[in-house]
Design a protein around this ligand. Sequence first.
Ligand code: OSB
Ligand code: MG
Length: 372
Amino acid sequence: MRITRVRLFEVRLPLVHRFQTSSHAKSTLDHILIEVIDADGRVGWGEIASPAGPFYCSETTSTAWDICVNFLLPTVLDADWDHPEQVDALWSRIRGHEFAKAGLVGAAWDLWCRAEGVPLGAALGGTRDRVRAGVSLGIEATIDDLLTQVAHQVEAGYHRVKLKIGHGWDIEPVRAVRGAFPDLDLHVDANGVYASDDQTLDHLAELDAFGLTMIEQPFAPRDLLGHARLQRRIGTDVCLDESVVDLHDLELMIALAAGRVLNIKVSRMGGLTVARAAHDMARDAGIPVWCGGMHEFGIGRAANVAISSLPGFTLPSDVSGSDKYYARDVITPPVIARDGWVEVPAAPGLGYQVDVEWVKANTLRSFDSAEV
Ligand code: OSB
Ligand code: MG
């Protein structure tokens, strides 16, 4: 296959509910949607779901735009490849910028799957026709507000709730939610805000009392040793997110026993091809995985649903329905969760139609390789 033209759209959508983590807060998101077009006029879509600011990782929407336009696209345009697995090799000299790479390789997967007439999930090796979804809830102004949010999502049928925690918002909100929902599959995510000193290890060990499924990324991304110390200290499973951006990180996590669960984020790991390889490696090591989200619009969300259909994704993924995030998504139909399950589409590629008019109506800036 040969991609001969690429269009980028930086699209802003408002979130239906403001989201706050230990590292940042947001009410709107600016994601870059990528349309790749081949010599026969076939198209594929991908999404760069980078946050606007460098608080989750070092990338931003602007760096992703720059890297995509000036470094990734020149390696991809007019290059020949037979399978999307080969696309990462085109930019092997470009370090980092996983979110930008994920958007472009995702578009290549969609293009190839549509050309071959196969659904993305099956092309990746998926074995399920529906996946279990959980929701991620931000830090709220009060514990009552949080309880309202949890009740709302439990009522909607979601199978697991994850709570964002941080300094001053950890033990007490968890105690309150656990008290009100004794049987809920509950876990917490600190987005790396804590220091891994002895006093903090003691503090986090208090969470063992609440029967959490896991504690996600308590310490800084590169603090693998801190996570290994915590995992030795507590009974609750430690899950890594920000710490694992490539397969070497995952090998290190396994070798150090720095956690017992892996959050595979397609964006954080540079796209579907690496994410699938991480799934395989984790599976061989006996580490259960689930698919994390970055509040993706429908295009990235559909890719997350597809990879969540692989057999090692045994825990609920952050693939909630579009309506949890956006009043109107960029795909039709939107992603729908029923009783906490999301269907894996059987149609070719991502399995959804991109609403190009809605994309254009919300575009802040665009780029077309045919116009340069
Ligand atoms: O750590 O999982 C995270 C959103 C932005 C930055 C980091 C994270 C998140 C989420 C979103 O938890 C989950 C979702 O997309 O549903
Ligand atoms: Mg996380």
